[in-house]
Write a protein that binds this ligand. Sequence first.
Ligand code: CP
Ligand code: NVA
Length: 309
Amino acid sequence: MKTINHLLTINDLTKTEIHELIAEAVEIKQKLKNGTPHQHLAGKTLGMIFEKSSTRTRVSFEVGMTQLGGHAIFLSPKDMQLGRGESIADTAKVLSRYVDGIMIRTFEHKTVETFAENSSVPVINGLTDEHHPTQVLADLMTVYEQKGRLEGLNMAFIGDGNNNMTHSLLQGAARAGLNMTVASPEGYEPNKQIFEEAVQSAKESGKAVQFYADPYKAVSGADIIVTDVWTSMGHEEEAADRLRKFQPYQINDDLVASAADEYIFLHCLPAHREEEVTASIIDGPRSFVFDEAENRLHAQKALLKKLMN
Ligand code: CP
Ligand code: NVA
C-alpha cells in the first residue's frame, strides 16, 4: 500500500523538504504575480473542517485551491454529522471517498492523528492546541525572503511557550538549522517533550535551543522576534489572569533594544495591540506580519501541490 503523506506537525517534514517547499512557494508566488498559470491540482478537491474560528487559514487554503485549479469545501462540524456524534474515524473514511485532501483545525492534537489514521487521502493540520505547522512554513518562508537564508539565524519567541505556535516554531527552528530562545512566564513553559527534542536535534547540528524566564536575555542578539496572543482559542476564561502574568513579556521598544539591528518582527495574527505587542513594533518598519500572512497562501499552495498532486 502506498504511504500517505500527512502534515500533522513540522516533524513530518525533513530539513530538505522544508527547503524545497520554501523554494517552490517562492516560485509559485512569482508565478501568481506574473500571471503564469500553475493549475497543478485541476479537478481536485480539498475538504476543510474548522472546529475553531479562522480568517487567514480558511481564506488562504480556499483561494490557494482555486488558484491551483481545484476546489475547496468549507465544512463546519455544526452542520456535519460529526457535530451530532458521528465518529472521527467514520468521518475520515467517508470523506476520503470524495475528496483528495483534508485540512482540519481542531482542539486536541489526538483528533488530527485519529483522522489521519483513518484517512486514505493526505491530512493537513490547520491548527490544534499543540501545533500550527502551516503557519510556521509561512514564517520560515518570510524569514528566508527577508534574510536570504535560515541556517544559523537567531530566533526568539517571547510569550506563551505552551501554545501551538511555540511548539511548531521549536520544531521548525530545530529542523531548519536556526538557533532559538523561548521566554515565558512560570507555568507557561513549552511542552517538555517537544522542547527537549528540539534541544537535542539543534545540538546535533551545532545549534542551540534555550529557555529563559527573562525576556531580555532571550531577545539579546535576535534576528527574528516572534510573539503570539497571550490567550489562545479555547482558553478564553483565563484571559484576565494571563493578561497580568504576561505583562513583562510584551514586545515593546525597550525589550527589542538589544536585538540585532536588522531584526524582523513576526506574529501569526490575529494580534492584540498594546497587549502582547505595542503598535510601535507591529506597525513599525521591522514588522513583516502582513508578508507573513500573505505567505500562508504561497507556502500552502506549495504544500498542497506536494501532498495532493
Ligand atoms: N494565523 C492564523 O492561523 O490565523 P487564522 O486563525 O485567522 O486562520
Ligand atoms: N495561538 C493562537 C494562534 C491563532 C492563529 C491560538 O491558538 O489561538
